[in-house]
Design a protein around this ligand. Sequence first.
Ligand code: SF4
Length: 501
Amino acid sequence: MAQNIQGDASGQTPVAASAADDKIRCDACPVMCYIKPGNTGACDRYANRAGELIRVDPHVILDRTLEQGGKVVPFDRGGDWDGRLVADGGTFVTAVGSGTTYPDYKPAPFIVSAEVNGVDMVTVVTEGIFSYAGVKVKIDTDRFLGPEQATVRVAGEPVGHVTTSEYGSQMLSLGGVHHLTGGAKKEGRVTCEALLDLCNAKPVELTVDDGATLIVQAGHAPIVNGGQEERMRVGCGSATIGMFARQWFGKVDEVVVVDDHITGVLSEHQAGKLLGVRDTGIRMKGRRSTPGRYFQVAEPGLGWGGTNISDPLSILGAFDAKAAWPGLRLLLVSTTGEHFGYYVLDENLVPREADIPQDLAPSVERIRENCEPALSSVLFMAGAGGSLRAGVTENPVRLTRSVKEAITRVTCGGAPVYVWPGGGITFMVDVMRVPENAFGYVPTPALVAPIEFTLTLEAYAALGGHMDHVQPVGDILHRDSVREVAPIGDNPWPLSTRSQG
Ligand code: SF4
């Protein structure tokens, strides 16, 4: 029997075309699944419930009264909706669970109006399908994860690469259109799965060619080669000298802070010079950059300070007999304080390990104390500058301009996003600021992510918006498939009428 599901009365959009044998056809993405009664489509987002095409997950609404410890606001808001706008702007309709429209010239699933501080606002809400999507992963560790540009794999499939190291962190760039669509089918499927799990803050095992095996989970400490990372470094070796030189002065004659990037040497460093630290005749391996700062003292690795060394004396040459003296006290320490050794030069100016003096040990502890907890951070990055803009306005470029001019605010599940300068609407969002399980996928393959565009009703009309599809927020709250949740953490309120952040 042919069926023709047109969405519910409140305007929820996914629509289904007709099909035979009680199957209904979902047209919310290019896959166009035929779905049997009681079954879900290929993405598990839509289902056939007794002949009706439904979005399986609840539609997430943010409610500020929950944040303030208030009661869950009843869906009916005290009776029949009278057509007026909600006055306090305390409810925000996110795109999580809202559904998708396809093709994009159809208006977005929900275009919601609300009155905020006397201003009529509109939020255009959709679950966007992003083929141009990936994640940037920041892993707080000094350990060597693999060479820059090395391929990162999941289940043997290439899903991204190692990119530039940042201050105390290693960075990965995963996903993107080339891995999703440009390789073999399996590569695209595995990439999509990995991105989905990372975005939904689930753990994913990654292997780096000629590098480490990692378990990365947003908001959790990374696990590198089976070992859980505890703390990120306090700074590079030179910065560590700058921070702690005064605490070492008088308690030890020389300090070397071992670091894969910039190893610091107290007596040569400007910090030591200003304190009047005596020349010690130390000779370092590696390339001297500026006084007291050495590059490439060893190879990158999983040892001291992100180098491959386990014996710190291996980065020292023989002491200069003209400057060094027997009894010279030497502290070698890594940038996390995780590794340290205390040595005293013997009669032949050879370092001999000794117990660290009691008055010096707290400085190593202080380095550790200043190291922040190591985390894995995942930023979802995608381009909304394409066709989904047509679900907002009949003239898509106007939306791009409006975003760039900060007339339209972009959020992802109510979370603030960073919109890149230049063309298009390329945005990044911290997945930890987005409601849980907000991300989905379709098997094209592509990621599904919530996206909302908020602007004044007046600006929306000027944009060429789909004004005949604007509905008051109360209509959304009446539906039985919504779930009201408190705003997340310190996210700015997306309906704030202050200047765009
Ligand atoms: S993959 Fe999902 S969204 Fe796409 S047609 Fe199938 S059920 Fe609908």
